[in-house]
Write a protein that binds this ligand. Structure first.
Ligand code: G3I
Length: 305
């Protein structure tokens, strides 16, 4: 039987997974990873606290293990993430103003240069918009350096790795009716109109009771694609179990496939026991590595596409 990646490749798409470096030596984990997925995203190893624990001292060993594992097996890598308000190391929290702006851009240059030529797509900026109905930017130390911090980051990333696609990535932007979705859409439209280098929008797609799969998801995907960017589902998981969960997964794949520029799907972990949702069962493989109904729903939807 075909694998998820092979099935997705039939329409020129990829099927990816978030990976933790310290699990690569688990044979059950690595076996599923190597067999089923053709793109990997380091779950935490490329974040700022991991890659620049002290200012100007970069630390790439764990991320390199994932990148080397993937590239040696002909897989591609999504870089996640150059800039995020969360998980900032102490040295950076102590900076403000021009010093912080420079440190921020130096971080982008340092990490993107180290991986130049090896990254398919970078999540340059993650989660910069606030939740709720205001449609505003999230308050963060980066945001306090000026509204132009996001475009400065994208220009710097482009200079450091001209071959990588550059994405803006966020959650709760699945529902087109939401103010946050439309605010991100406005930013991307503005970037495209002014020549700020952005190639893709990453829609995390963490679906749960508080964020159910919306009926208008494919409208959101096609409205972003209409701006001239690719759309990627970057952190897919669906709370639940059994047939209901499988049905949601099927609909997600069908929504992506309804939009030619929805170019790939990444699930946020291999087995349920690998998920950041400690108590849930949101993924495609159970804790023993067995395929769940959701796995078959995804596979058949990919094959039907
Ligand atoms: O590995 C350390 C361990 O050494 C330490 O003793 C322990 C004590 O806190 O922490 C361990 O690190 C944890 C790490 O996951 C690995 O398990 C961190 O505390 C914990 O904060 C971290 O959580 C990650 C979270 O992002 C925050 O960075 C999750 O694994 C990861 O799945 C989650 O991913 C995010 C995306 O990056 C952005 N979108 C939302 C998504 C889900 O929250």
């Amino acid at each position: 039987t075909p694998t998820l990646a092979a099935a997705a490749n039939r329409t020129g798409r990829y099927f990816g997974v978030a990976v933790a470096a310290n699990k690569l030596t688990d044979p059950a984990y690595a076996g599923i990873l190597d067999r089923e997925f053709d793109v990997v995203t380091p779950e935490n190893e490329m974040k700022l606290d991991a890659t620049e624990p002290r200012q100007g001292e970069f630390s790439f060993a764990n991320a390199d293990r994932i990148v080397d594992h993937a590239l040696a097996r002909g897989k591609e890598v999504r870089g996640h993430t150059l800039l995020w308000h969360s998980g900032l190391p102490g040295w950076l929290q102590n900076l403000t103003g021009a010093a912080l702006r420079q440190a921020m851009l130096d971080h982008v240059t340092g990490v993107a240069s180290h991986y130049r030529g090896k990254i398919h797509s970078w999540d340059v900026v993650n989660e910069a918009f606030v939740d709720g109905t205001s449609g505003r930017r999230r308050d963060s130390s980066f945001q306090r350096t000026g509204d132009d911090w996001i475009e400065a980051a994208f220009r710097t990333a482009r200079a450091a790795d001209p071959g990588a696609k550059l994405c803006y990535n966020d959650y709760d932007i699945e529902n087109w009716a939401h103010a946050k979705t439309q605010a991100v859409h406005r930013m991307v439209r503005d970037f495209r109109s002014r020549g700020v280098p952005i190639d893709c929008v990453g829609i995390q797609a963490h679906f749960a009771g508080v964020n159910p799969l919306p009926a208008d998801f494919r409208t959101t995907l096609s409205n972003f694609a209409a701006l001239g960017v690719d759309v990627q589902l970057t952190e897919l998981d669906v709370e639940g179990s059994g047939a209901a969960q499988a049905d949601d997964y099927r609909r997600v794949v069908q929504d992506c496939y309804s939009v030619p520029r929805c170019t790939g799907i990444t699930v946020w972990g291999v087995r349920d026991t690998d998920s950041w949702r400690a108590s849930g069962t949101p993924l495609l493989f159970d804790g023993r590595g067995e395929k769940k109904p959701a796995y078959y729903a995804v596979l058949f939807a990919l094959l039907a596409g």
